[in-house]
Design a protein around this ligand. Structure first.
Ligand code: ZN
Length: 394
């Protein structure tokens, strides 16, 4: 990170990243003086080159995450138009040709890409580097880009990825999303507070299990009648606290908070489906492989998958636009989960734990299908066997 004095704070060279302590971080003063007990990272030159080129960038992350290295070694960049969210968070991706690690020449080629206004760069036969207005912004971009790369890789294992056009993305961004009106007074009964804790616990669990990333994902739970609690917009999911959750009562939002942009969709589903008491909307890498290729997610793989999910439908991109009822129409007791192309998965259920279980089963089913692609052709369980399950379990 670069601070207001122009001093750069950087991780040390040759110290185990798994046990880093704050005191291990090295400060490189503006005049080049080094303060700290270690040597700064050998990649300091290109960090400095980025800060010099783009004064708005205050944090830089460089690493060798496997999916992005896969792109780096076939000498291609991932097309972030694969997912609306990846495009919004990462923008277009730059490409820096191979130069000796730690050399000023490496700094020149990377800074040359950042100079174009690009915030994320694939480094040829090396890895990736992303910048942000602060560390959290840079981390969200880094995590989202690796996620995007995984989605494309898994997508090619089950089909051919379909990319959004810039026009698709512009049209989505230009739609006017009305903000729910603010309520005048708010109360927090104990059953309301319990739901806040429950939602937070599930968000953190989803992040830990790779079922949510820090910059994307919404969880809501019905509270009373059609009133519900929902995660906010623009709070990193890893850092979410119970007091960040937003109460929605009589169609109005808790004062001073911005609920998820999909609040209207959650409201519509709760109004239409009295049996649904919780909703998770997220992106997971294996499910997104199906949502971006149009390959059918056939969950008739093992009895558990079909019992938990029955059949999972796929809806066109834009199905969750404001004013559309496609998702609320499609969801039912027999179809608790839907995929929205190039966007997300939406899972519903009674209690939040049930909805979470369904999400986990859906992602594991998708993962088995992706992994099986290198072994042979999947043989699903038959209609007869499905009917036998229906009779036994429903
Ligand atoms: Zn490196």
């Amino acid at each position: 990170m670069i601070d207001d004095n122009g001093d750069v704070w950087i991780t040390p060279s040759a110290v185990d990243k798994g046990s880093l302590q704050p005191a291990d971080i090295v400060c490189v003063k503006r005049d080049g003086t080094i303060i700290g007990k270690h040597k700064p990272s050998s990649e300091l030159p290109f960090h400095k080159a980025i800060y010099a080129t783009r004064p708005g960038i205050k944090a830089v992350i460089h690493a060798h995450p496997p999916a992005l290295v896969s792109f780096s070694i076939i000498r291609k960049t991932p097309d972030t138009n694969i997912l609306l969210h990846a495009r919004q968070v990462c923008g277009p991706i730059g490409y820096a040709e191979y130069k000796l690690p730690g050399s000023p020449e490496l700094g020149d080629v990377i800074a040359g890409e950042f100079y174009k206004g690009i915030n994320a760069v694939i480094m040829e036969n090396h890895g990736t580097v992303v910048g942000g207005k602060n560390l959290s912004d840079a981390f969200q971009r880094f995590e989202t880009l690796e996620f995007c790369a995984r989605t494309i890789i898994y997508g090619y294992m089950v089909g051919k990825p379909h990319y959004l056009t810039d026009e698709d993305i512009d049209a989505f961004e230009l739609q006017a999303l009305p903000m729910l009106p603010q309520m005048e007074a708010v109360s927090y009964p104990s059953d309301e507070k319990e739901k806040r804790y429950e939602i937070c616990k599930m968000v953190h669990r989803a992040c830990r299990q790779g079922l949510m990333i820090s910059s994307y994902g919404t969880i809501s739970a019905r509270w009373k009648g059609n009133n519900f609690l929902i995660t906010p917009t623009d709070v990193p999911r890893w850092d979410l606290q119970p007091e960040d959750i937003v109460q929605i009562k009589d169609g109005k939002r808790e004062p001073g908070k911005i609920p998820s942009r999909t609040s209207y969709l959650h409201h519509e589903i709760y109004k239409r489906h009295p049996h649904i008491n919780s909703i998770i909307l997220t992106q997971t890498p294996y499910l997104m492989a199906f949502a971006t290729t149009g390959s059918q997610l056939n969950v008739r793989t093992i009895p558990e998958s079909w019992i938990f999910l029955q059949d999972v439908h796929s809806l066109e991109f834009g199905a969750h636009n404001y004013g559309r009822s496609d998702i609320a129409d499609k969801i039912s007791l027999n179809n608790p989960a839907v995929l929205i192309k190039n966007d997300c998965v939406l899972v519903t259920g009674d209690q939040l734990l049930q909805t979470f279980d369904r999400l986990e089963v859906a992602e594991f089913s998708a993962k088995s299908l992706v992994l099986s692609s290198s072994l042979g052709k999947v043989v699903p369980i038959s209609n007869e066997q499905v009917e036998e399950l229906r009779a036994a379990f429903f």
